[in-house]
Structure formats: C-alpha cells, structure tokens
Ligand binder design. Structure first.
Ligand code: HEM
Length: 391
C-alpha cells in the first residue's frame, strides 16, 4: 500500500526533487571547498602541485648553472695562481680525499717535483707553498664532483616522482654526457702540462673552457624555458632582431674562446697598454709565425690583438642591438634583458681593459671570467624572450 503511494507521488514530484538536489549541491560546494574535499579543489590542488614541480625543477637547474658558473671562476683562479698542475693523478673516487698523512703529502709533492713546471718555474718551492697550489686544484676537482652529484641525484629524484616534463629528459641525459666529457677533458688538458712544457696546452684549455660555457648556457636555457614555458611573446618584434641576437651570440662565443687563448698563452702579461700595443694599433709582430694560420692561436701579440678586436666588435654588436630594439615593439621583459646586455657589455669591456692594464691580478682575471658568463646569460635571456613559441 505504502509502496504503491510512493510510486504514485515520486514521478509527479521529480522536477522539484531535481531542483532541490541541484540547490543542495550548490550550497554544499563552498563548505566542501573549505574542508578541502571538493572535486574542484582537489583538481586545483593537483594543478598547483603540477605548477610547483617544474618550478622546483627550474630552481634545481638554476642552481646547477650557478654551480657551473662558480666552477668556471674557480677554474680561472686555479689557473691564475699556477695551481692547475699540482695534482698528478686522476682518481675520480679516491681523489675526493686530500692527503691525510705527512707521508702522503711528501708522495704527492715528489710527483709534482718531477714535472717541468716545478723544475723550470718553481724550483725550490717548499711543501707549504706546494700545499697552497694543491688546495686550489683540489677544490676545483671537488667542486666538479659536487656538480655531478647535485645534477644527478635530483635528476633521478625528480624523474622517480614524475616531476620531469617529458621534453626535459633527453636534455638531462645530454647534460650528464657533457658533464662526464668535461671531467675527461679536464684531465686531458692537465696531462698536456706534465711533459715538455710548463703550462697546459692553450688548445686544450680553450676546449675545456668552451665545454664549461656550453654546459652553463644549456642549463640556463632549460631553466629559463621551465620558468616561462609560454614565452613572454613579443609578437611584433621583427625576426631580423632575433637573427641579429643569434649573430651576437655566435660572436660572443668566438670572443669567449679567443679570451681562452689569451689566458692559455698568458698573453695578458705582455702589451699592457690600451688601445695601442707597443705603440701600434696592430702590433708589429702580428704575422711573425709560419704557417701564418698558427699566429691566430700561438702568437701572443696576435692572440691578444684578436681578442681586443673581437671584444670591440661584440660591444658594438650589443650596443647596435640595443639601438635597434628601441624602434621595436617589445615586451617589458625583452626590453629589460636587451638593456642589461648593453650595460653588461660595457662593464665587461672595462673589466678586460683593467685586467690588462693591471697585468692580470687574480681577482680581476676571475672577475673578467665571471663577467663573460654573466653577459652570455643575459644574451641568452634576451634571445629567449624574443624566440617564437615552442610547438
Ligand atoms: C665583450 C668583451 C669581452 C669578453 C666577452 C671577454 C671574455 C674573456 C674570456 C672568456 C677570457 C678567458 C678567461 C679565463 O679563461 O679565465 C678572457 C681573458 C682575457 N681578456 Fe677578455 N673579454 C672581453 C674584453 C676584453 C678586453 C676589452 C680586454 C682588454 C683590452 C680583455 C683582456 C683579456 C685578458 C688580458 C685576458 C686574459 C686574462 C687571464 O689571463 O686570466 N678582454 N676574456
């Protein structure tokens, strides 16, 4: 009887019941949201988490790039203090520990006393003096190992947690490969100073420096891409301005490498005047070596002159891009990045001249190295803000 009655009433009340159900659901939503249990909240929490993960990955990559930056500066100090050849063994694992006993210190010092740098330049050096150069090289190598761990462990962790965007994974492997190659490259460079010469080969030094610069730039680009996945578009910025910036990037890369040759040949310790070199704009000994091409890499006068020339062209390029960008419709971020490029180029040029005039003090040499990397980072940032959208 009761069941029959319900069956009769329900169809006639259905529209009303539906309305009530909708209203009830609507009124419950804010409460559920406060309690954090609504489906929409959990979706937004998930969204927030997903957004936070690339940010954490980006911070990690920025930290790695900063560590490579510091590594390059420590490398410059290691070279400028004449410390680079003080450790004659390559032991990636056991070399983490420095000598722990007097006998061990004597053993590593004895090894150093066999190479031409000790015999021709540092003859009579005491163990205490040796320890100073040893520590710089040791810190340089330890920092390299540390970068390896700071890169590899979070990479695996982010991967396991599913926080790495799919596109980033192959880049991570590429960076691991480049990092390992850099370790081998560093040792390859150091071995060139163990026989026949008192310094490492400038060619190998430039390779080592260029690889460091490449790893730094690569990490920075990926980190920037993570922070701004949708680029701050400058839709009206002309493609030719972007091409101009790419050209500037190439020129800057060549200038950096030419600086490596100045550093590798210790060519900054002669011709310490600016703008003239020994009274001439183009130094007299420019084409002295045969075959002529070797002047570009082995002749102190030519190498230093080329670096000055390339640096001047780079600064002109930076200022030219800045002037060109004035007439373009750019986003604020792109404009700020290009302003910073122009300013930093002038600072870096000034640092170069100061380094030269003061005959390469360690502090200025290291600062000049750091300035080059800052300038490169800014050019990359400007380029990123002008790039077309990733598909
Ligand atoms: C855009 C401007 C410049 C850039 C990007 C640049 C870049 C570099 C780089 C990357 C190095 C190698 C540093 C190292 O391996 O430790 C270097 C070395 C050097 N640069 Fe420049 N440079 C610039 C301008 C100049 C100028 C204008 C001068 C002088 C007129 C100069 C003088 C030197 C000297 C003397 C060294 C050797 C320093 C050393 O032995 O540590 N640079 N430069």
């Amino acid at each position: 009887m009761i069941i029959k009655r319900i069956r009769r009433v329900i169809p006639s009340r259905l529209p009303l019941l539906r309305q009530l159900a909708r209203a009830g659901a609507a009124s419950r939503l804010p409460l559920m949201a406060i309690a954090g249990s609504s489906p929409s909240t959990s979706t937004s929490t998930a969204k927030a988490k997903r957004a936070a993960q690339p940010r954490a990955v980006a911070i990690w990559l920025f930290l790695c790039a900063a560590a490579v930056f510091a590594m390059a500066v420590i490398g410059a100090i290691t070279r400028l203090t004449g410390s680079g050849l003080s450790i004659m063994e390559w032991a990636p694992i056991t070399g983490t520990l420095p000598p722990l006993s007097q006998a061990e210190w004597n053993r590593v010092f004895d090894l150093y006393r066999q190479i031409p740098q000790y015999q021709l330049l540092n003859h009579g050096m005491s163990l205490a003096e040796f320890k100073t150069i040893f520590w710089w090289e040791w810190v340089h190598r330890l920092w390299g190992r540390m970068i390896g761990l700071v890169f590899l462990l979070p990479f695996l962790w982010f991967w396991l947690r599913g926080s790495l965007p799919a596109w980033l994974k192959p880049h991570g492997f590429a960076l691991l490969g480049l990092g390992a190659l850099q370790g081998v490259m560093g040792w390859y460079m150091v071995t060139s100073g163990f026989a026949d010469r008192t310094e490492v080969s400038q060619y190998r030094l430039v390779l080592h420096l260029s690889l460091a610069v490449l790893i730094y730039a690569y990490m920075l680009w990926l980190a920037i891409r993570l922070v701004w996945p949708e680029p701050l578009q400058s839709p009206r910025a002309s493609a030719s301005l972007r091409r101009g910036l790419i050209g500037l990037l190439v020129l800057l890369g060549i200038t950096l490498a030419s600086g490596g040759f100045v550093a590798g040949l210790r060519a900054g310790f002669s011709y310490n005047t600016f703008p003239l070199m020994d009274g001439y704009l183009i130094p007299k000994g420019y084409g002295l070596l045969q075959p002529w091409i070797s002047n570009l890499f082995e002749n102190h006068a030519a190498v230093q002159f080329n670096h000055r020339l390339l640096a001047s062209l780079t600064v002109i390029g930076c200022l030219g891009i800045w002037l060109w960008s004035r007439g373009q419709e750019l986003t604020a971020a792109a404009r700020r990045a290009i302003d910073a490029v122009a300013l930093m180029a002038l600072v870096q040029f000034g640092l170069g001249i100061a380094t030269l005039l003061l005959v390469v003090p360690v502090s200025l040499g290291a600062l000049h190295q750091a300035g080059a990397l800052v300038l490169l980072g800014l050019v990359l940032t400007a380029l990123y803000f002008l790039r077309p959208r990733y598909s």
